[in-house]
Design a protein around this ligand. Structure first.
Ligand code: ADP
Ligand code: MG
Length: 345
């Protein structure tokens, strides 16, 4: 039985993103808390019926790594989507409040996201298309799940890149117009993992205190193209608000076009921070996600499964999947961690 809007009482706000707002709601009929997202920009209202039909696909999804879906309905020009409430919230909220996420927990995030991606692809032939820390949610039962996937392939193609398009987590080949593949999601996962481990968006142009070397403040050093245009603007200058993207933790903003050019032209970010060391298997995993050429970038399977080593000379070499297959973090550890970051609120 799908949830209806009249079953719901609003409890409070959970957050707002590009496409709408998410509220915490009480379901009177089932006596439990849920999350309701009001989604999709007004331009899409003509497609609303089609969207609602296609959203039914979400109803067929059943995986411990996918946020559960309970129903949807029109709310004036929007579509209301009711889903499972994740009480530890999204990973971007968690690291902004508590600082960088412990690297072993980031490894469990990687595993959950990859398993979610493989489920969507293998069972439903869906590519997520919007992997980023705010679409990875945690709860105090120790689950990590992904939400907000591109169910509507047809629809997304027909509206091209206007609304699902531009994101700072987008892969270099997507920025250059190549079609979406599951490997584009792997890139976005790599960027997200670096962000969670460093505690800031990896393309930030304003390095954090203990790390002054990463991307230098001299804009021309990191963004060689279009040097005629100013690249760094004071964050609160007011002008260019809509064209500029505010980078997490930074005191400056880079225009989205400059950032996209940077992603295409510069080496991919790495798991590196001054004064900190990360396990080599974590660095190898992230590197496997962030090959700029999708042909050599690892697939979800290669990142999850420890294939037997055929090449004996390479038998000692680190495999990208080692971080996952050799992890000793348990579900109880995840529970304890999500509880600790939730209590810090
Ligand atoms: P975005 O993902 O771009 O931040 P959304 O509108 O999808 O924008 O979500 C806004 C915020 O609402 C997210 O950042 C997240 O913190 C919160 N949120 C979304 N879905 C849920 C959910 N099911 N349970 C708890 N919090 C959620
Ligand atoms: Mg979202």
């Amino acid at each position: 039985d799908l949830v209806k809007d009249e079953d719901l009482n609003v409890l409070g706000d959970l957050g707002a993103g590009n496409g709408g707002t998410v509220t915490k709601v009480w379901n009177k009929k089932r006596n439990c808390i849920m999350a309701r997202k009001e989604s999709l920009p007004r331009e899409l209202k003509i497609f609303r019926k089609q969207i609602i039909r296609e959203l039914q696909i979400m109803n067929d999804c059943s995986s411990p790594y996918i946020v559960e879906y309970y129903g949807c309905f029109p709310v004036d020009v929007h579509v209301g989507i009711v889903m499972e409430y994740m009480d530890a919230g999204s990973l971007d909220h968690i690291y902004r409040r508590n600082g960088a996420i412990p690297i072993q927990m980031v490894g469990k995030v990687a595993e959950a996201v990859l398993k979610g991606l493989m489920y969507l692809y293998d069972v439903h032939r869906i590519i997520h298309r919007d992997i980023k820390p705010s679409n990875i949610l945690a709860n105090t039962a120790g689950d990590i799940k992904i939400c907000d996937f591109g169910v509507s392939g047809e629809l997304i193609n027909s509206i091209a890149n206007t609304f699902v398009g531009t994101s700072t987590y987008m892969s270099p080949e997507r920025i250059q117009g190549a079609p979406y593949t599951i490997k584009s999601d792997v890139w976005s996962l790599g960027i997200s993992l670096v962000e969670l481990a460093l505690g800031r968006f990896p393309f930030s142009d304003s390095p954090d205190d203990e790390d002054e070397s990463e991307l230098e403040l001299d804009p021309d050093a990191t963004l060689p193209l279009n040097s005629a245009r100013p690249k760094l603007k004071p964050k609160n200058s007011g002008e260019g608000k809509s064209a500029g993207v505010s980078l997490a933790g930074g005191g400056h903003s880079m225009s989205i076009l400059d950032l996209l050019q940077h992603i295409v032209n510069e080496p991919a970010p790495r798991l590196e921070k001054k004064g900190r060391t990360y396990p080599p298997e974590a660095a190898a995993f992230v590197e496997g996600c962030l090959h700029k050429d999708p042909a050599t970038r690892k697939s979800p399977q290669e990142l999850l499964v420890s294939f037997p080593q055929v090449d004996l000379a390479a038998a000692d070499a680190l495999k990208a999947s080692d971080w996952i297959t050799k992890s000793s973090v348990t579900k109880d550890d995840l529970k304890a961690w999500t509880k600790s970051v939730t209590q810090a609120e």
